[in-house]
Design a protein around this ligand. Structure first.
Ligand code: CU
Length: 477
């Protein structure tokens, strides 16, 4: 009997201790200042295993900076960057939020955090005039990756000017560890002038209403994640992107060319999808994507609504350094000529049996075949090109003025601004792997068609130019 009481006592004490410990994990302890970071950086993972009071100090700054080379835009920002500062807290924390509106600003602003349980996500409590600070607090109840944004009227305009960012609420147990974490957020921008028009470009309400942006970019500007600002990782590392979409209008078809997402925390919640190619990120939504990088090279971050990428700016890069793994990715093993008529496949470099044109008429015939297979996709079958994208070859002053330059263009490709028939084009013509003979035929066909100058181009001329050193700089046209 005595033994039984003893057993019961031990059990009771243990139970109380265990439950106290479990509750203890939820007990608020101490306070700290949130460490905020500018994109593409993310504050370090939270190590503590208890809730705390987290003080966030965020300043709204209105500033004019480039949205693209030579194009300025007046952004309204949370913390001086687009997207705004990254905030990282833990499920169960109490956040004391202090929103300051810089005295030089012209507009009142506030903040609606999707991580807030409460009216307006904090919007009404944080409405702040220039030169003031508002304070409110909230308990972070739900873990996840949440968008925050300004909700001051006209809301669309405040968001369109760059007023959004991400707040990560880590679950109590933390997120799975990775080697690198980055912060990437898409946004669409509406400017008075079209994409690339130089100078200061004001916000254009009409285009915003029609949801026809001039710019769709990651991290606030064209090129924010390219060149020496490209993200980096090493072969063998795991990479996590905290991806948001500020909108205001577009949904992102988020994709990384050259990778597969091992895991996607769908819409920033705790549902995990695996082996994903493209994940949808709604306006005012997010996703966490994890992938391991296996081979060196450059990965390309895009919105797979692909005209946005190549014509409106939604392109970022991740440079992966490390040793090749030919078993995972071989690189190009061979380049063969494919001749369906003859059924023969031969390697370039060996004698390739392409039928030789003996007359100008034959050159025209062979050139037309090549043109339709290679060139027509961009320049169109009728040679008229596509306005604002691909220059016309029909009645082309650019082409007719300089045969040698035309040969050089087909030989080496062309990048940068060219003026054709009075219109500017700024696209990329890739270097095509065509033989001297093929280039001669295609150009003879183009020159002999659509009221062009009728020049004949010989394989010898192409060969001679190929032997010359490529111009150091792109020529001014
Ligand atoms: Cu605002």
């Amino acid at each position: 009997m005595k033994m039984r009481v003893w057993n019961f006592l031990v059990f009771a004490v243990l139970s109380i201790t265990v439950s106290a410990c479990m509750n203890g994990a939820d007990t608020m302890k101490g306070e700290e200042n949130a460490q905020l970071t500018s994109p593409p950086n993310v504050p370090p993972p939270i190590k503590r295993s208890h809730s705390t009071k987290v003080k966030v100090q965020l300043e709204v700054v209105e500033k004019t900076t480039p949205i693209s080379d030579g194009v300025d835009y007046t952004f309204w920002t949370f913390g001086g960057s687009v997207p705004g500062s990254f905030i990282r807290v833990r499920e169960g924390d109490l956040v004391e939020f202090n929103l300051s509106n810089h005295p030089n600003n012209k507009m009142p602003h506030n903040i609606d955090l999707h991580a807030v349980t409460g009216p307006g996500g904090g919007a009404a409590s944080s409405m702040t005039a220039p030169g003031h600070t508002s304070t409110f607090s909230f308990k972070v109840i739900n873990p996840g990756l949440y968008v925050y944004h300004c909700a001051t009227a006209p809301v669309g305009m405040h968001i369109a000017n760059g007023m959004y960012g991400l707040i990560l609420v880590e679950p109590k147990g933390g997120l799975p560890k990775v080697d690198r974490e980055y912060y990437v957020m898409q946004g669409d921008f509406y400017t008075k002038g079209p994409y690339g028009q130089r100078g200061h470009q004001p916000f254009e309400m009409e285009k915003a209403l029609k949801e026809q942006p001039d710019y769709v970019v990651f991290n606030g500007s064209v090129g924010a994640l390219t060149g020496d600002k490209a993200l980096t990782a090493k072969v063998g590392e795991s990479v996590r992107l905290y991806v948001g979409n500020g909108g205001p209008n577009l949904i992102s078809s988020f994709h990384v060319i050259g990778e597969i997402f091992d895991k996607v925390f769908i819409e920033g919640g705790d549902q995990i999808n695996r082996n994903v190619q493209t994940t949808l990120i709604p306006a005012g939504g997010s996703a966490i994507v994890d992938f391991k990088v296996e081979v060196p090279g450059t990965l390309v971050i895009v919105d797979h609504s692909i005209f946005r990428t190549f014509n409106k700016g939604s392109l970022g890069l991740i440079k992966i350094e490390g040793a090749e793994d030919k078993a995972v990715y071989s690189g190009k093993i061979s380049d063969s000529v494919y001749l369906p008529e003859g059924g023969a496949v031969q390697s370039v470099g060996e004698a390739v049996k392409v039928p030789m044109a003996r007359t100008k008429q034959e050159q025209m015939t062979f050139g037309k075949q090549k043109y339709e297979a290679v060139c027509a996709a961009c320049h169109q079958l009728n040679g008229e090109g596509i306005p604002n994208a691909f220059p016309p070859l029909a009645k082309s002053d650019y082409l007719n003025a300089d045969k040698k330059r035309a040969i050089g263009t087909v030989l080496r490709g062309l990048q940068g601004v060219v003026t054709v028939n009075g219109k500017q084009f700024n696209s990329v013509m890739p270097k095509l792997d065509l033989s001297d003979e093929e280039i001669a035929n295609v150009l003879t066909y183009v020159y002999g068609s659509w009221s062009n100058a009728g020049h004949q181009v010989s394989a010898q001329e192409v060969k001679a130019l190929r032997a010359e050193k490529a111009p150091e700089k792109p020529q001014e046209h």
